[in-house]
Ligand binder design. Structure first.
Ligand code: BGC
Length: 444
């Protein structure tokens, strides 16, 4: 069962919905540059206009109200607010976010503001981005500006979204902007700067806002899942093993919440020759109020002949349009492992499904599979909520949007967007989600 004041929300991110890429004095970011560069994004799609939320935000807030959302998670486009990444604040950027916050307030929807969801200012990238030793201070200063300007209206700040992706995919595997494939030691340095930035930003926001706001992060979390009931401990171990890549949650949140990197990450850092002053851990260690998780699926693990194996999913296991398996138990075991390791209230800052779908001849989007997905995943989460503190759930995403390297080809929204006309049409699942919210998840 979900607690009484459970936070039911939906999420988006600035680059994925705003458009308005060249409005007023907005600075460019790495995704603006990627959009303008051929060959990186599916069929040359660009986020310049996209859902045009920058011009249509009032309509979008009205749709949120119709959905009955209690909270809305969105991100600030760093270079819209600070065109150079640091220093001068754009009046237009400030006006845009303040107007959005005012609309949300009038609609009775609680704003959860993500400070950084991947659209890194290009001006800072040109100075080395997260590799620059000054980068934690740039982030701290930016967080300070957001706290000063927006904290009177914002209840929750999410410092960063998914370092696993903007570090791992952006700087190591080269799949996301800025498409770098840096040596591991360099990626470790960038990740370390991200963590220093989070530690500084958390302290800065607290100094400005005291206890009036809650602070957390959102982590990309793809837990290992037990194939059989005997595999629970193995799944936990595997979930928290870094396996020499930048995709695990604990590579980032052990330093933030427990004050040290995991043992296997330290061994990997030594092997690569990456070192840092021990005193950095005092800055990184943070008092966060909640643990934000973004989970779409998980991989089943077991032991065979004494070896850890991840068996291929059976052909009967359904897959989404991202080719991700449908694994509702990820929303039970996933939070369980996190709760038992960190003892922090958990919020699902993202969960959702991309489907192959279109507007039918009758003008409706009959996305029954999304309803089924929601039922299955929310039942698992409800079971978790009986055993641990789960405070909220944000469906990803409110509206169809720009899915990074996949362009507009993947549709996660509760609301369909016609990218030619900008027209919004709530899908069948929007009605279902409204019912879930009205009944506090008691009729799944
Ligand atoms: C990201 C979103 C993305 C979603 C679906 C998450 O990794 O935070 O920006 O659209 O997953 O891929």
């Amino acid at each position: 069962m979900f607690k009484k004041n459970f936070v039911w929300g939906a999420a988006t991110a600035s680059y994925q919905i705003e458009g308005g890429a060249y409005e007023a004095d907005k600075g460019r970011n790495v995704w603006d540059v990627a959009s303008a560069t051929q060959g990186r994004i599916f069929e040359g799609h660009r986020g310049d206009v996209g859902c045009d939320h920058y011009h249509r935000f009032k309509e979008d807030v009205r749709l949120m109200k119709e959905l009955g959302l209690k909270a809305y998670r969105f991100s600030v486009n760093w270079a819209r607010l600070l065109p150079e990444g640091t220093g001068k604040v754009s009046e237009d950027g400030k006006r845009f976010y303040l107007e959005l916050l005012r609309e949300l307030k009038n609609a009775g929807i609680e704003p959860w503001m993500t400070l950084f969801h991947w659209d890194y200012p290009y001006a800072l990238y040109q100075k080395g981005g997260w590799l620059n030793a000054e980068s934690p201070k740039w982030f701290e200063a930016y967080a300070g500006v957001c706290a000063e300007l927006f904290s009177p209206y914002v209840s929750h700040f999410i410092l960063i979204n998914e370092p696993q992706c903007f570090v791992g995919l952006g700087l190591s595997s080269g799949e996301h902007a800025p498409f770098l494939k840096l040596p591991d030691a360099e990626v470790m340095r960038a990740a370390h700067h991200v963590l220093l930035g989070c530690g500084l930003a958390e302290k800065k926001i607290r100094k400005i806002c005291g206890s009036s706001v809650k602070i957390g992060t959102a982590q990309a979390y793809w837990p290992a899942l037990p194939l059989t009931e005997q595999d629970v401990e193995l799944a936990r171990e595997e979930t928290f093993a870094c396996h020499k890549n930048f995709g695990s949650v604990n590579y980032y949140t052990d330093p933030l919440l427990l004050g040290h990197y995991p043992e296997d990450a330290l061994a990997w850092q030594r092997e690569c020759g990456f070192t840092f002053p021990e005193s950095d851990m005092d800055i990184i260690g943070s008092k966060l109020d909640f643990y934000g998780l973004n989970t779409y699926s998980g991989d089943c693990v077991t032991r065979e002949n004494g070896k850890t194996v991840y068996p291929q999913p059976a052909p009967t296991v359904p897959r989404t349009d991202m080719r991700w398996t449908v694994r509702p138990e990820a929303l039970y075991y996933g939070p369980k492992f996190i709760w038992e390791r960190y003892h922090l209230p958990i919020v699902y800052t993202e969960n959702g499904v991309a489907l192959t779908e279109w507007k039918d001849l009758d003008g409706k989007i009959n996305d029954d599979s999304r309803i089924d997905f929601l039922r299955r995943y929310l039942r698992a989460l409800s079971r978790a909520a009986d055993e641990m503190e789960i405070d909220g759930y944000f469906y990803w995403s409110l509206i169809d949007n720009f899915e990074w390297a996949e362009g507009f080809s993947k549709k996660f929204g509760l609301i369909h967007v016609d990218y030619e006309t900008g027209e919004r049409t709530p899908k069948k699942s929007a009605g279902f989600y409204r019912h879930v919210i009205e009944t506090n998840g008691e009729d799944l």
